[in-house]
Design a protein around this ligand. Structure first.
Ligand SMILES: Cc1cc2nc3c(=O)[nH]c(=O)nc-3n(C[C@H](O)[C@H](O)[C@H](O)COP(=O)(O)OP(=O)(O)OC[C@H]3O[C@@H](n4cnc5c(N)ncnc54)[C@H](O)[C@@H]3O)c2cc1C
Length: 456
C-alpha cells in the first residue's frame, strides 16, 4: 500500500472555495470571480493573498480519492510488474535502429487503463478533474515515470501539445491532430530550443517562418526535441519568427509541421547521461520546409503567448510525477536500509542513514504542499494568478527529487549506480528537469522579480 500525503495540520477546515462546482475552464480555473479580488499589477495575486493563504483547501474530493485509489491499484497490479518486460525489450534493441520501437506491453497497458476510465485525466475539460484533483493521480504515475504516464495517455510532451491544440487549434487542426492524440494513436513533439542560441530566453530563437503566398516556409535548427525519435510521432509544433523586426514578444509564431514534410530532417538523437529514452530527444533541421498557412496555430505573432499558456498545468504534472519518483526512492531506500546490515547493525539503525531518511521525508512533504497549493491557485485564480508558485515548484521539485534519489542511491551502495533499481535513471530524469521547460535560474528570476516588486 502506498503512502498517502500527510494530513494537513488539524483544526477547523474553512469552507470550500465558492468556485467549487462551477464549470471548469481550459486552464483548470473555475468560471467565477476571484476570491481574493483581482490579480496584482504583475498578473499575480496581491501580497495579502500570499503567506498563509487561509482559504486554501487541499482536502481531496471524493472524485480525486476514487481516481487516485484506482490509479494506485493499476500501478501495483499492472504497471510495476510490466517494468521488467519493458526494460528487456529495450535492452535487446539498444544501439540498433529498433531502439525507438515501443515495447508492446505499453499498448497492452493503454487498453487496460482506458477500460478502467484512467485516460486523458490531465485535461480538465474532458476529465472534469481540477488540477488539484489530477495532481494526486500524476504523483502515483511518477512511481513509474517512463511507463505509467503513457499508459493513461498523460505523457509529456503530448499533454502540453494537446492542451495547446485544444486552446488554439482550428476545428480542422483539432480533427487532424488533437483527436488521434487523445485516442493515443499518434505522438507529437514541441520544437522551441535551438543549439545556436541561449533558448532559455525564447526571444533569442532564430528559426524563420516566412510567408510565401499560401504557404509558410520554415528554416532553422532545433535540438532536445522530446518525442521526435518515436516512430509514432506524426506532428511537430514549431516555434519560429514570422516578424523578426517586430516587438520582442510579438515576433514569434507557432506552426504545425507534419513529420513527413520534405525538408524536415532528424539529424541525431541526444542521450541524457548516456540513456536514450524510447521516444527520444532529437536534433532537427528545417531546410525550407513548406506548410500551408492553415497550419498556423492561433495568430501570427501569438507564439510567445501560446508558449506561456501551455506551461502552467504542465509544470504541475511534471512536479507531481517528480514527487512520485521521490516517494518511490524513499520506499526503496527504507527497504534497503532495513534489509542490509553493516558493522553489526541494519543500516536503518545507523543514525546517519536515519537522518537521510528523515531529511527526504521532510523535503517531499514540503514540496508536495507547495505543488498542491499551486494546483489550487491555478484552479481558483488561473495560471496567471499562480505565476510565482508555478516558477517556485519548477525549481523545488527537481531539486528535492535529485537530493532524495541521490540519498537512496547512496544507501544502496554500488547497486544504486546499476540499473538493477530504477534509481540511476530516476536521478538522470530528475536532473534533466532542472533544465527542461526552462532552467532553474529563469524560474528563480521570476520568483525574485515578484518578491522585489512587492517591496517597491
Ligand atoms: C531532457 C530534455 C528534454 C527537453 N525537451 C525539450 C523539448 O521537447 N522541446 C524544446 O523546445 N526544448 C526541450 N528541452 C530544452 C530545454 O528547454 C532547454 O535546454 C532549456 O530551456 C535551456 O535552454 P538552453 O539549453 O539553450 O540553455 P541556455 O539558454 O544557453 O542557458 C544555459 C544556462 O545559462 C544559465 N542562465 C540562463 N538564463 C539565466 C538567467 N536569467 N540568469 C542566470 N543564469 C541563467 C542557466 O544556468 C542555464 O542552464 C529539453 C531539454 C532537456 C535536457
Amino acid at each position: 500500500m502506498r503512502r498517502r500525503p500527510l494530513p494537513l495540520p488539524s483544526g477547523p477546515h474553512p469552507p470550500p472555495p465558492t468556485q467549487r462546482g462551477a464549470p471548469l475552464q481550459l486552464d483548470g480555473s473555475r468560471a467565477t470571480v476571484l476570491q481574493h479580488g483581482d490579480a496584482g499589477r504583475d498578473g499575480c495575486l496581491p501580497a495579502r493573498s500570499r503567506g498563509l493563504m487561509p482559504d486554501v483547501d487541499f482536502a481531496p474530493s471524493a472524485v480525486a480519492d476514487d481516481y487516485t485509489e484506482r490509479m494506485r491499484a493499476f500501478l501495483d497490479e499492472h504497471v510495476l510488474p510490466a517494468e521488467a518486460s519493458y526494460d528487456a525489450f529495450r535492452a535487446e534493441r539498444r544501439g540498433t535502429p529498433a531502439e525507438w520501437d515501443l515495447p508492446p506491453v505499453v499498448e497492452e497497458l493503454k487498453e487496460k487503463a482506458r477500460a478502467q476510465g484512467l485516460w486523458n485525466l490531465f485535461l480538465p475539460s474532458i476529465s472534469g478533474l481540477s488540477n488539484l484533483e489530477y495532481a494526486s493521480v500524476a504523483e502515483v504515475s511518477g512511481w513509474s515515470p517512463v511507463i505509467a504516464p503513457e499508459a493513461i495517455n498523460c505523457q509529456a510532451p503530448d499533454t502540453g501539445n494537446m492542451e495547446t491544440l485544444h486552446l488554439f487549434g482550428t476545428p480542422e487542426q483539432k480533427a487532424e491532430w488533437l483527436e488521434p492524440l487523445l485516442e493515443g494513436t499518434i505522438r507529437s513533439a514541441f520544437a522551441m530550443t535551438e543549439p545556436d542560441v541561449a533558448s532559455s530566453d525564447a526571444t533569442n530563437i532564430q528559426t524563420l517562418i516566412r510567408r510565401e503566398g499560401d504557404e509558410y516556409v520554415i528554416s532553422g535548427k532545433k535540438w532536445w526535441i522530446s518525442g521526435s525519435a518515436d516512430p509514432r510521432c506524426r506532428i511537430f509544433i514549431v516555434m519560429g519568427k514570422t516578424d523578426p523586426d517586430g516587438p520582442a514578444h510579438r515576433q514569434q509564431s507557432m506552426v504545425l509541421v507534419p513529420r513527413d514534410t520534405p525538408g524536415l530532417t532528424i539529424t541525431r538523437h541526444l542521450p541524457t547521461f548516456g540513456y536514450q529514452d524510447q521516444h527520444g530527444h532529437s536534433e532537427l533541421r528545417f531546410d525550407d520546409v513548406r506548410v500551408p498557412v492553415a497550419n498556423l496555430l492561433g495568430e501570427e505573432g501569438g507564439g510567445f503567448a501560446i508558449a506561456q499558456a501551455r506551461l502552467g498545468p504542465g509544470r504541475i504534472h511534471h512536479c507531481m510525477r517528480l514527487i512520485g519518483m521521490a516517494e518511490r526512492a524513499i520506499d526503496l531506500m527504507v527497504r534497503r536500509a532495513q534489509a542490509r546490515t553493516a558493522f553489526g547493525r541494519p543500516l536503518a539503525d545507523q543514525g546517519v542513514v536515519r537522518e537521510q531518511i528523515a531529511q527526504s521525508r521532510i523535503e517531499v512533504e514540503q514540496a508536495r504542499l507547495l505543488v498542491l497549493k499551486t494546483a489550487w491557485l491555478i484552479d481558483n485564480h488561473g495560471a496567471k494568478g499562480a505565476a510565482t508558485e508555478i516558477a517556485a515548484i519548477k525549481v523545488v521539485c527537481p531539486r528535492i527529487a535529485c537530493a532524495v534519489i541521490d540519498r537512496a542511491i547512496q544507501v544502496h551502495g554500488g547497486a544504486g549506480m546499476s540499473d538493477d533499481t530504477p534509481l540511476a535513471y530516476f536521478y538522470v530524469w530528475a536532473r534533466a528537469l532542472r533544465l527542461a521547460d526552462g532552467p532553474d535560474e529563469v524560474h528563480l528570476r521570476t520568483v525574485a522579480r515578484q518578491e522585489l516588486g512587492r517591496h517597491t
